[in-house]
Design a protein around this ligand. Structure first.
Ligand code: GLC
Length: 551
């Protein structure tokens, strides 16, 4: 590969041995300054059919809607900077990590109250996303650019677990900068899953990398980064891992447990909504950045086909509302042939009791997982918010997801936004599904714990659906506690009332998530960085009403 000079080196080899000259060269390229936020093209299906032409960007205007039952916020119209903002910025800057003088990321946590550091002193790819968005919204794109380039170099490393070699495109879960004060050198070590608990590769890292590259490009108008051969290759390598043909009968991506934000066994193996939504968003983001030259054109064509199949599958089979639930409840089983209605042979007896009470007449959501004879009815926050942001959800489905959130505020938000999933697993189920994980006991951590970082995704989804008042109410809850509790990683309990048993303090993404939410509310035009409008050619084929008619 020309340009960045990425070399395949053993993962024990340090980055200091690699040539950084080309990285510097890439950074020094003159920036093409185009109109901020609206300068970046979106390539839609329709454009593709007319020969990959490019035109001016989408307009991510929030959809106007007023809802009578929308919660009120005390800070409804006030954009006065909250004193927590300054504290948050200071804490975020304290978490910055430098490699040879350049900022390249933020630590997962800067918790001086505990000696148990584990790997929280590393830069996690997924954790850096809200930090990156905060910096972009604040007009500080350099750290994001350095991060994107540094992780791209890490992708070039050879990755092994024991004697098994991982795919070329795999991006690290995290990396660490080691400073040698005597030799005055910086080295990097990275984890692609070979050190992670459970030895699972982070499927989400590559998707977040592509989504962030788009956010950077969209925010700065600097097309030169995404157009470098290195970034183009990086995207193609990530996507070729997911677009390869094999034994799959579904367009969704088959995953191991623990391959995303929920990085421990939680029964999300199979086709988890979080990964499917990020996959969809990464595909659409890549589509807007890939150049249709050489193998780029072929990659684009594969993306387009996959997007059609994926959106059809998700919108039809993952979607659950009152009507759908009733249909599944009455499903026949053991249907053979193409005419089967119950295609995956889901047994109505496997529908958990809680979902009948939980499901309002108005509202709906994408369920956690769908596979052969398997439907995980749990509600997951990240997957549903990203479905709205990426427009995997149709406009009606997006509204229905927000309706459900309002109806089930006590369960999903409670006293601390936002539950990572609902409900929790307990007793026998917890034993079987988590393998008796003592960190994931009921209403704790990944098992129904409340994660402040999810505030930014909730806020973005609220803005996109035209319901900022919901986000304001969530921000109010955060402002009443987060700073006082020293920015914990997560909260425990049915209402999220208690600081998590093993939660880190000064968890960076809790801090950055708050900043992003505040900046989004203050200037909703930032939404364009992390939101994609519906592609008209991906019309859903939905037989039943996705939600009640809008008022
Ligand atoms: C935990 C979380 C994971 C996060 C990491 C660093 O392992 O489960 O999502 O990336 O901590 O904060």
């Amino acid at each position: 590969m020309e340009g960045c000079g990425l070399r395949a080196v053993g993962s024990h080899c340090s980055l200091s041995e690699m040539d950084d000259l080309d990285l510097t060269r890439a950074l020094d390229k003159p920036r093409l300054k185009i109109e901020r936020k609206r300068s970046f093209d979106e390539r839609s299906m329709s454009e593709l059919s007319t020969g990959y032409s490019r035109h001016d960007g989408i307009h991510d205007s929030p959809r106007g809607r007023s809802v009578l039952d929308t919660p009120l916020s005390s800070a409804r119209n006030s954009f006065e900077p909250h004193p927590m903002m300054a504290e948050a910025w200071e804490a975020l800057r304290r978490s910055m990590v430098f490699f040879r003088g350049q900022p390249v990321g933020t630590l997962a946590a800067v918790d001086n109250t505990t000696d148990e550091v584990l790997n929280y002193d590393q830069v996690f790819v997924r954790d850096f996303v809200p930090s990156a968005l905060a910096f972009l919204m604040n007009g500080e794109p350099d750290i994001v650019k350095h991060f994107l380039l540094k992780t791209l170099q890490l992708q070039g490393w050879e990755k092994r677990v024991d004697r098994f070699k991982l795919g070329e495109g795999v991006m690290p879960a995290s990396f660490k900068v080691l400073h040698d004060p005597i030799r005055e050198t910086d080295n990097i070590v990275a984890d692609f899953g070979e050190s992670a608990i459970g030895r699972v590769a982070p499927v989400d890292s590559g998707f977040w990398w592509i989504i962030l590259l788009r956010a950077y490009t969209k925010s700065t108008g600097d097309l030169t980064l995404s157009e470098t051969p290195e970034c183009q290759k990086g995207m193609k390598l990530i996507l070729s891992l997911c677009l390869a043909e094999g034994f799959d009968t579904f367009p969704t991506l088959l995953c191991a447990d623990g391959c995303s934000m929920i990085d421990r066994r939680m029964g999300v193996y199979g086709y988890p909504i979080e990964i499917q939504a990020l996959f969809f968003m990464a595909l659409r983001s890549a589509l807007s950045m890939l150049k249709p030259d050489g193998d780029g054109r072929e990659c684009i064509e594969r993306i387009v086909k996959r997007l059609h199949a994926l959106s059809f599958h998700m919108r039809n089979y993952f979607w659950l509302d009152h009507q759908n639930l009733n249909d599944i409840y009455r499903f026949k089983t053991e249907e053979y042939s193409h005419t089967a209605v119950n295609k995956f042979n889901v047994m109505p007896d496997s529908i958990p009791e809680w979902v009948f009470d939980f499901m309002p007449l108005r509202g709906g959501y994408f369920v956690g997982n769908v596979g052969p004879a398997h439907m995980d009815f749990r509600w997951f926050a990240l997957g549903n918010c990203v479905s709205i942001l990426s427009s995997l959800a149709t406009p009606d489905q997006s509204m229905a997801i927000m309706d459900l959130l309002e109806h089930r505020w006590a369960e999903l938000v409670g006293e601390m936004p936002l539950k990572i999933c609902y409900p929790c697993l307990e007793g026998h189920e917890w034993r079987i599904v988590t393998g008796c994980d003592p960190k994931n006991t009921r209403w704790s951590y990944h098992n129904g714990g409340s994660w402040p970082v999810l505030l930014w995704q909730l806020t973005a989804a609220c803005i996109k659906t035209g319901r900022p008042q919901i986000a304001r109410r969530a921000v109010d809850l955060i402002e009443s506690r987060l700073h006082r509790d020293c920015w914990p990683e997560y909260y425990d309990g049915k209402l999220g009332r208690y600081v998590g048993k093993q939660a880190r303090k000064y968890q960076t993404w809790s801090i950055a998530g708050y900043l992003v939410a505040k900046m989004l509310l203050e200037d909703p035009s930032h939404i364009g960085m992390i939101s994609l409008e519906e592609d008209k050619l991906m019309k859903p084929v939905i037989k039943r009403s996705a939600s009640w008619p809008q008022l």
